[in-house]
Write a protein that binds this ligand. Sequence first.
Ligand code: NAG
Ligand code: NAG
Ligand code: NAG
Ligand code: NAG
Ligand code: NAG
Ligand code: NAG
Ligand code: NAG
Ligand code: NAG
Length: 338
Amino acid sequence: MARILSPSGTLFFILFHIFILLISQAVAQLPDFVYSVCLNDKGNYTANSIYQANLNHLLSILPSQGGNGYGFYNHSYGNSSNKVYAIGFCRGDVKPDVCSSCLNNATQRLTQVCPNQKETLGWYDLCMLRYSNRSMLGVLETAQTFFWWNAQNVSSHVDEFTKDLRSLLDSLKYQAAAGGSLRKFATGSATAPEFQTLYALVECTPDLSQRDCNNCLDYMFGNIPGFGDMKTGGGDISTNCNFWYDTQLFYDPTADTPLASSPPSLAPTSSPPSPSSPNNTTTTGGNEGNTSRNIVIITVVSSSVVALALIISVCACLNITRAKRRDENYVQYNLFWY
Ligand SMILES: *[C@@H]1O[C@H](CO)[C@@H](O)[C@H](O)[C@H]1NC(C)=O
Ligand SMILES: *[C@@H]1O[C@H](CO)[C@@H](O)[C@H](O)[C@H]1NC(C)=O
Ligand SMILES: *[C@@H]1O[C@H](CO)[C@@H](O)[C@H](O)[C@H]1NC(C)=O
Ligand SMILES: *[C@@H]1O[C@H](CO)[C@@H](O)[C@H](O)[C@H]1NC(C)=O
Ligand SMILES: *[C@@H]1O[C@H](CO)[C@@H](O)[C@H](O)[C@H]1NC(C)=O
Ligand SMILES: *[C@@H]1O[C@H](CO)[C@@H](O)[C@H](O)[C@H]1NC(C)=O
Ligand SMILES: *[C@@H]1O[C@H](CO)[C@@H](O)[C@H](O)[C@H]1NC(C)=O
Ligand SMILES: *[C@@H]1O[C@H](CO)[C@@H](O)[C@H](O)[C@H]1NC(C)=O
């Protein structure tokens, strides 16, 4: 008893809380991923190795390389066993400056979250980053997938709503898959029961073949029943293809026209991306799994050594921020992966 109340104990108590506060602020500067994975079974690199130097160099140059002009960034750096590959991919309606800011955050955050894994993936709302010691380009992988939905049930005409959604998604799927080697992206809307409008966005990474893109999206659409009761909004995100839908407009409707081929400017041209030559880049891939956990657990697991209490308070802090952000649009935010 007496020891707990001693001056040094009190001082420790105060310092500890100041420490927690500082740490939470330091972490809060970089947004936390919606979801991230550190693949422990794909090998680790050691601190201060050539591999790490190559990775850091690759990540430092990736966001400024401009990508292929449509939000797809594919680069590699290094030689033989120290060669590192990275892929960045922004949602198709994201403006180039926001895209590179998003990827810039992701390159810094991912090495914090996964301090020594060779293969990792991180997703923000608007961009994805993955890196590995293998080339992932052109390989369809659905192992890392997560889906989310808002908490609002479709209140009536559920079958009709589901049918309307599926036919909208299917038509966008064909459109996106046929988009060519630079961009596989489509948005659109349809009328749903009770005068509602359904909005949807579908996309594949442009390195997929048309067939793989169709297959990837079919696989993802197949997860909709996993939402349980039909929800008015949701989506499914993976390494190679994604979709979102909602009864509110959530994407930038001006973005269905291709972005200019160099990042900082926008060229409002007509629909299918005109072939332009992408700058030099390289790619990486994903994987598979079937577990269902909570995102907070992942954050805790992948955070490193610090005291457990510290990690928990940081996570709590990040979660509050995330919940706040979601609540602007959704009654409740649900997130699962498998
Ligand atoms: C990547 O690293 C792992 C573990 O170090 C190794 O087993 C694998 O062969 C490497 N892959 C490539 C393509 O070099
Ligand atoms: C890589 O490191 C993580 C901890 O950072 C550890 O859990 C994992 O087992 C390691 N993997 C290998 C293959 O050594
Ligand atoms: C390619 O790189 C050059 C020079 O680095 C740059 O000016 C140009 O905008 C880039 N193009 C694309 C499509 O990123
Ligand atoms: C890779 O090898 C080439 C040729 O040997 C060399 O010029 C280059 O500097 C090496 N790159 C790295 C990152 O080590
Ligand atoms: C990147 O992180 C900064 C804070 O460090 C934040 O202000 C900015 O909005 C983030 N960029 C994106 C695109 O989320
Ligand atoms: C949605 O429906 C399920 C079961 O029908 C119910 O448990 C849940 O509370 C409903 N959600 C809302 C927000 O009404
Ligand atoms: C791509 O790289 C090659 C050699 O690595 C170089 O000759 C060429 O100029 C580069 N192209 C662009 C657009 O940067
Ligand atoms: C990825 O980068 C490689 C090497 O620079 C390039 O040949 C390839 O065309 C790029 N692929 C895509 C889909 O951008």
